[in-house]
Design a protein around this ligand. Structure first.
Ligand code: HEM
Length: 418
């Protein structure tokens, strides 16, 4: 990569990181922030001991994400995160592809996810949220993840794709195995890698059946649109459609679920900020940007040097892997004042005083679902504050989900009504 600043104390290749800085360890899932701070303070590029490097600073993460010298390298056969694994065995579709395949597939679905297209979903999402809140308020005490954070984005993406609501029970287990399977192979057990394969195949069969059904009887959904593209001879195979379906389904709910659950926990831990939001519901869009910064739900995107390059003054030969610590970048004090404080007004005022948070990534792979994720989270948090302003989280230290790539509480017991 060209144009990055000169070395400022990058750590040498020392082998494995000390345990307290190994951000892949489950013990650091709930609170990785001290480790992030120490990584930022002690270097710009850190060797992990298994052939890849951690990048903790905002400027470096942002530069790599926008730089065509960095990609995924599966098609070129140089991905060090899953050596020897063919991309067709993975659940990522265009998320894991480089140009030109990446752009071709992304452009086929992009128009369904523009801000304008997504704004039309507002009444449906509001109905979904209110229906779920009715049931939760009646129950009084619920697990907020199962009652709200999980179903809101799942129902929304299923409706958009044209996946029957009744099938949600069927693929619930596969999505967990797939999201865990998106972690680097070095942190997965043999069983977890095997479970990923089983889930990818099960999903593949599931979507092939659904595609057949849409071919016979098209609906007004995204899957039917993709089938029509395939039939017009636009170089889109049934396997590619199935892969896109899996990507949208997983990316469309495992992520937003974590954002909503983490936001509820943060509001519980910061009563003054919660009061501010409940008294000023119009603040919710800015608040969501701050929740994304504060508890970044997809904290570890990876990239591979597609050719010999440099990063922070270090040589990065072709095939070198980097993990971009977006959760750390979003708490970089060089960019965000008082970064460990939740400040829901941080992004208010047109954003001119603040740099953009990086939770949706940057560059060609910038999250396609960002407008949808924002809308779902805004509606859910707003209605939660309006309808259950006194909600109480019943644990201070919830368990976190096992996934490295997607971070959020596994369960969040709450009392909504007294
Ligand atoms: C890509 C985060 C919600 C669809 C990404 C990436 C990040 C991200 C960080 C890029 C990874 C990289 O650069 O390697 C999030 C967060 C979400 C969220 C934090 C919620 C809070 C959604 C939703 C959808 C979605 C609701 C809807 C289907 C996608 C897709 C990509 C993507 C399709 C691949 C884009 C590409 O490779 O060109 N997301 N996402 N995401 N996201 Fe999201």
């Amino acid at each position: 990569m060209t144009g990055t600043a000169e070395t400022t104390g990058a750590t040498e290749a020392t082998g494995a990181l000390p345990a307290e800085l190994d951000v892949f360890r489950p013990e650091l899932r709930a609170n990785p922030f001290d480790a992030y701070r120490r990584l930022r303070e002690t270097g710009r590029v850190h060797d992990t001991g298994f052939g890849i490097h951690l990048v903790p600073h905002y400027e470096d993460c942002s530069a790599v994400l926008a730089d065509p010298d960095w990609g995924h390298g599966y098609t070129a056969g140089i991905n060090p995160f899953r050596p020897g694994v063919d991309v067709s065995q993975l659940p990522g579709s265009f998320l894991l592809l480089d140009p030109p395949e990446h752009g071709r597939l992304r452009s086929l679905v992009a128009k369904a996810f523009t801000s304008r297209a997504v704004a039309g979903l507002r009444p449906r999402i509001t109905r979904t949220v209110d229906g779920l809140l009715d049931a939760a308020l009646e129950a009084g005490e619920v697990d907020l993840v199962q009652a709200l954070a999980y179903p809101v984005p799942l129902i929304t993406i299923c409706e958009l794709l044209g996946v029957p609501a009744a099938d949600r029970e069927l693929f619930g287990a596969w999505t967990g195995d797939i999201s865990r399977g998106l972690d680097p192979d070095a942190v997965l057990s043999a069983e977890e890698k095997a479970a990923r394969q089983v889930a990818v195949r099960a999903f593949d069969d599931y979507f092939h059946d659904l595609i057949e059904a849409r071919r016979k009887a098209p609906g007004e959904d995204l899957l039917s649109e993709l089938v029509a593209v395939e039939e017009s001879g636009n170089r889109l195979s049934a396997k590619e459609i199935a892969d896109i379906g899996v990507l949208l389904l997983i990316a469309g709910h495992e992520t937003t679920m974590n954002l909503i659950a983490s936001a509820a926990l943060s509001l519980h831990r910061n009563p003054a900020q919660r009061g501010l939001l409940c008294e000023n519901p119009g603040l919710v869009a800015d608040a969501v940007e701050e929740f994304l910064r504060y508890d970044t739900p997809v904290p570890f995107p990876t990239r591979v040097a597609m050719r010999d390059t440099t990063l922070a003054g270090r040589d990065m030969p072709r095939g070198t892997g980097v993990v971009l610590l977006l959760g750390s970048a979003n708490r970089d004090p060089e960019v965000f004042a008082d970064p460990d404080t939740l400040e829901l007004r941080r992004f208010s005022g047109g954003g001119s005083a603040q740099r953009r948070q990086l939770a949706f990534s940057h560059g060609p792979h910038f999250c396609l679902g960002a407008p949808m994720a924002r809308l779902e989270s805004e509606i859910t948090l707003r209605r939660l504050c309006e309808r259950a302003p006194e909600f109480a989280v019943l644990t201070d230290e919830p368990d976190y989900r096992p996934s490295v790539s997607m971070r959020g509480p596994a369960r969040l017991p709450v009392r909504l009504a007294t």
